[in-house]
Design a protein. Sequence first.
Length: 196
Amino acid sequence: MIRIQIIQAAGSLFAEKGISKLNMEQIAKDAGVSREAVDMEFPSISNLLDECLKQRLATVEITLSAVQSVSESVLEALILTLQKVFKEKSTFCDTFYSDLSKFPTACKQLAVFNMRTQNKCVNYFMKCIDEGYFINNGNQERMAMIYMEEINGLATKYQYAMIKTLLKGVCTPKGLIEARRIQEVIESKTRKIETI
């Protein structure tokens, strides 16, 4: 119970304030436990960050798995996956991401998660080509990687708006019809995913 309280409090603080501005005393206070209790559970801020990130990413992975069960098409699965990832990224302040480079284990965890997610999105992208939602120009894998890298590199606050623009640029007429349908159901699907 105490461990969970500490992880929840620390996770919120990391997202809101970053990593380097925090100390174990602040985390203990927010968790409603003693500093000694925090030290017994986590010998360093790095250990605590690793555990917080591990649990948060596991939760996101579960949500991303739920995307497939609620999606009516592979294009919908791609858009919902990207939307969830962008929403998750935006819950962390910019300081968190700049501080992260000082914590190699956490940095590696996030890099592995990002690579898995990008691979999942590339696979969806390729299936969108196979199913006729996206244009087939003969370089599907390269095109998918370029689009995913471009989308991932966008500033968080613009990502969702830009994904619609970028993906519409590769849509076939069938894909444009599906994109319009998805636009109409995206909010209800997002709520459904969050309840799974």
